[in-house]
Design a binder for this molecule. Structure first.
Ligand code: ZN
Length: 318
């Protein structure tokens, strides 16, 4: 784990990350601080990092999120709860009345303690950390809970909670079809369709999907000799029907109806219903294109490999 960005975006709950902060000398009486491990731990805790980048569920795209608050709680030996802000740092008791104060690598390097820390002074301890973040675009709040444990020479960090969940955050990943959509200049339409839908502007979101579907049909038409009998969408679709996933070729009939409705006549409810139909068709088709392209790529690769092998066999048998 590199830093708090990775911790929030790509690390599953309860995965242990160990930082070997202290290392002992030969006779096991003293230990030293391992600066690079300490730096990594501070990065993972987000010291000196004011923003992370993640997908905002409301904006439906990646945005920087500001840390609004980072609270640290820990319980003392006699079970008293102490709370403070992470910007005040975390103190590790090294000696009687002497603390290693973790709030930046500089403060750590300049701590006024001795170079060698008696191992007997290290105390096991647990900190509970709560992070509040908000989207810089829409101020939607996100949360994350961590537990940091000191156990001997090591510190163990775990993410124990997150809202929204990582699945929720990454669920909106539409980059999968980016290449195909860029080819027909429809990637923005695709993102805007989802964005409008998330904001409950169904008429608008349906209008974006219509544009994507038209661009897709026009691309297929441009790649075929046959011309449609007229300019109506159903005539066009008839000509290029076989370019669609065989599983949805029969459902294309429903698409005529959906597309023939004038946008101006649709209310929000109808638009939502039509959006669902068209979105399903478009996504199935994009997935179909993607797998067909993969198959073609693999076939080309294997046939050239097979050609090499067979010519090798020929040479050897001659
Ligand atoms: Zn947002």
């Amino acid at each position: 784990m590199k830093d708090i960005n990775e911790l929030f975006n790509d690390t599953d709950l309860y995965i242990k990350e160990t930082f070997k902060i202290f290392s002992s000398d030969k006779d096991n009486a003293f230990c030293k601080i391992n600066d690079s491990e300490l730096k990594r731990m501070l990065d993972c805790l987000g010291f000196g990092i004011n923003k992370i980048i993640t997908k905002c569920k409301k904006c439906n795209m990646e945005f920087p999120f500001d840390f609004i608050a980072r609270d640290v709680n820990f319980y003392t030996m006699n079970n008293n709860k102490k709370s403070y802000n992470l910007s005040d740092g975390i103190s590790i008791k090294l000696f009687e009345n002497k603390y290693l104060h973790l709030d930046s690598i500089d403060r750590v390097v300049n701590y006024d303690g001795e170079k060698n820390i008696p191992i007997a002074c290290l105390e096991d301890k647990t900190w509970y950390l709560t992070y509040y973040l908000t989207c810089t675009n829409c101020f939607r709040p996100y949360y994350m809970n961590l537990v940091l444990e000191q156990k001997g020479f090591n510190f163990i960090l775990r993410k124990i909670g997150q809202y929204p969940s990582m699945f929720d955050v990454h669920g909106f990943d539409f980059s999968k079809y980016e290449k195909q959509l860029e080819r027909i200049n429809a990637y923005d339409d695709y993102k805007k369709a989802d964005l409008s839908y998330a904001e409950e502007y169904y008429v608008g979101s349906f209008a974006y999907l219509r544009r994507i579907f038209e661009k897709l049909v026009n691309k297929y038409l441009s790649e075929t000799e046959e011309k449609p009998s007229d300019n109506r969408m159903d005539s066009k679709i008839k000509v290029i029907k076989n370019r669609f996933d065989p599983l949805i070729q029969n459902s294309l009939k429903n698409v005529y109806g959906v597309l023939s409705a004038s946008i101006h006549e649709l209310d929000e409810e109808q638009s939502k219903e039509y959006y669902d139909i068209l979105k399903a068709i478009i996504d199935i088709q994009l997935e179909y294109e993607l797998t067909e392209e993969d198959k073609k790529k693999n076939a080309t690769k294997y046939s050239s490999e097979l050609a090499k092998i067979s010519s090798k066999i020929k040479i050897e048998s001659e």
